[in-house]
Design a protein around this ligand. Sequence first.
Ligand code: XBP
Length: 236
Amino acid sequence: NLKAIIFDVDGTIAETERDGHRIAFNRAFERENLSWHWDVDLYGELLEIGGGKERIRYYISNYLPSFNINQSLDEFIAHLHLLKSRYYRQLLENNSIPLRLGVKRLIQEAYSQGVKVAIASTASVANVEALLETSLGNPMASWFEVIAAGDMVERKKPAPDIYLLALEKLNLSPHECIAIEDTNQGLTAAVKAGLKTVVTVNQYTEKQNFDEAILVLNHLGEKDLPFRVIQGENYG
Ligand code: XBP
């Protein structure tokens, strides 16, 4: 008997990465007079690393071996990420990123049937809340009983920690919930937390391995645009 649906955010609720986070990172780099530019392909590679701050750190150490600054690297990254988050939220406010197909319907159906909705995201809490508010509006944005995100846990996805935190805050056990994800790292995190997981793939993730998912779909579907099953109907 299903008591809660735990949603991943970026890529699952909305296609925020390519035209949202990526653009905001590039604006922050420009603003800081850095000659860095993350194009669509490079960003696809960098998405292997969850978390905006972690992604910048990874880029510096793997792509810019001779990069040097005369301030602490942690502070530099934190500053750049703060700037990026401001640009991201501006983008959402000026030009909100639409929800993926079926997401709003599913949230409404869950809510009306007393199934709780929650979030487990690697992105920072402020960025998650901004997305929910601009894409869902209120009161729907406030229906999320639990938002587990960003630095609330030490180890980000693919570690299970953020899902374990969401479960703890929901006060539910994994077999009472289901997770919805779009990446292999997210799927691994959810499965390690004991959750059955549905995957909705997107441009960046369609070739990844989703063997551990109970179901892989192209999206969650709408009446006139039904989803396509990509893998399994292993509902268990
Ligand atoms: C997606 C992420 C995030 C975003 C950037 O998380 O990995 O890092 O790309 O957001 P999820 P921040 O799919 O778990 O929602 O800059 O706020 O980290």
